[in-house]
Design a protein around this ligand. Structure first.
Ligand code: PXG
Length: 449
């Protein structure tokens, strides 16, 4: 099929995730046909620096034959076997070991799933089981945050705090949402530090309002990813820690985006010095090469579930899929052997921070923020008042299209432009990314004038 035939068949038969089908019909889909290193290529031969690592997952880029070979060899040895009914496989044991080593102290148990959404559903099942076995079945409520993203299954979407999603399904009734720590959007006249404390105190207020004896867990991404790379003020996590220390409530950190090196540490929990009881992962665990997710379970929680016994009636056919586990092992080996995360921490992240901050001087940028290898630009019409161009956030969509034209994949969430490039980026590629983003901003300013 040629390009237009592919686009036509795509429109006729493929229901895309998170897509407005009218827009899709008008523009035709971009057909991505190849990838190499940190670049992707479309069917027209247009090569783009992938500033989003696929969908926050190809942290090592697209050319790691070690990972595809590991998958291929496993598929030719034992393509599938389940881990139900007293069975196990060698790759799943080896990956469980490796994950216990690289994840924060105390997280030594893993429940494998096929995706991040399933892993958060698993968290809900584990949380309930834990409190039931502890003899505190009244602990039921899970507190999350507005504008969080925790997946698209009913459990994941209920935990998530995206208003557009909540309009389209019925949420579980034992999940409550508090304020997000989004200083640029919601901080008003407060300093980031003051606002960070206030946003964390919202957790305390909610716990008090519900009654601590009813609250089972608090779930949060270390930094909100899909919500617009919302890097909390430095005061936020230490204050959340203080709040949680007062109560017997489980902390779930959702590391689906920030796990495996994006902050320059292995996990966001390491970066912020947090000790989660449960920790969700997916995406970069296999470098996006094979679907795999899971949740790391602390010894404290796992001991109750294991020792107090009875069957834990939960699991997925593809929990611990052997080929997925081999992809995970190969990915972790590369991250370790090539010191990829140390390189991000010591070299690429500080360099990106410096270059990305320069974009803050652009007339339509209200804030340029970055941490590790993520960044965000807030597009505004007026820097002083932070006023946006219009209510429909057209500037973001324009900037995304301009960026693609200049050969850079940059995402728009509303009028917030976001990047999460592969961790293998060189400093020369950081320059390329920033220069292309700058040109996209110039074109956006012209188009919106
Ligand atoms: N938790 C977090 C923090 C995520 O970012 C999930 C859970 C769900 O994972 P699965 O594997 O079920 O998709 C995610 C996924 C976006 C975007 O627009 C982000 C995600 C997925 C799709 C789109 O940025 N994150």
């Amino acid at each position: 099929m040629n390009k237009s035939e592919l686009q036509q068949h795509d429109r006729e038969h493929l229901l895309h995730p998170f897509t407005d089908f009218n827009d899709l019909g008008k523009q035709g889909t971009r057909v991505i046909t190849g990838a190499e290193g940190a670049y992707i290529t479309d069917i027209d031969g247009h090569k783009m620096l992938d500033g989003m690592s696929g969908l926050w997952c190809c942290n090592l880029g697209y050319s790691r034959k070690e990972i595809s070979d590991a998958i291929y060899e496993q598929l030719n040895t034992l393509p599938f076997y389940n881990s139900f009914f007293q069975c196990t496989t060698v790759p799943s044991i080896e990956l469980a070991d490796a994950l216990a080593e690289v994840t924060p102290e105390g997280l030594n148990n893993v429940f494998f799933t096929g995706s991040g959404s399933e892993a958060n559903d698993t968290n809900l099942r584990i949380i309930r089981r834990y409190w039931d076995l502890k003899g505190q079945p009244e602990k039921r409520v899970v507190i999350s945050r507005k504008n969080a993203y925790h997946g698209s299954t009913i459990g994941g979407a209920s935990l998530g705090g995206m208003s557009g999603m909540h309009k389209q399904f019925q949420s579980l009734d034992y999940i409550e949402h508090i304020q997000q720590p989004y200083w640029f959007g919601e901080g008003g006249d407060q300093s980031p530090e003051e606002f960070g404390v206030q946003a964390a105190r919202a957790l305390d207020e909610k716990i008090q309002q519900l009654g601590p004896e009813k609250v089972a867990a608090f779930i949060a991404e270390p930094i909100q990813g899909a919500g617009g790379v919302i890097i909390p003020p430095e005061t936020y996590w230490p204050e959340v820690k203080k709040v949680l220390d007062q109560y017997d409530i489980l902390l779930v950190m959702d590391e689906v985006i920030f796990g495996f090196g994006r902050t320059g540490e292995w996990f966001g929990a390491d970066y912020y010095g947090m000790k989660p009881d449960l920790m969700t992962f997916a995406k970069a665990v296999t470098n996006g090469y094979f679907p795999l997710g899971g949740t790391m379970v602390s010894d404290r929680v796992a001991e109750v579930i294991k020792a107090k016994g009875g069957e834990f009636t939960h699991g997925y056919t593809y929990s611990a899929h052997p080929a997925a586990c081999m992809a995970g092992l190969a990915t972790i080996n590369i991250l370790r052997n090539e010191k990829i995360i140390e390189n991000v921490r010591d070299k690429t992240a500080p360099y990106l921070a410096k270059r990305w901050a320069e974009l803050g001087d652009h007339p339509i940028v209200g804030e340029a923020r970055s941490l590790g290898l993520v960044g965000a630009l807030e597009l505004v019409k007026d820097k002083g008042s932070r006023a946006r161009f219009d209510e429909d956030c057209t500037a973001g969509a324009v900037c995304r299209d301009m960026s693609i034209k200049h050969g850079l994949v940059m995402r728009a969430t509303g009028d917030t432009m976001i990047i999460a490039p592969p961790l293998i980026l060189t400093t020369a590629q950081v320059d390329e990314l920033v220069d292309k983003a700058h040109r996209a901003l110039d074109d956006t300013a012209k188009a919106m004038a």
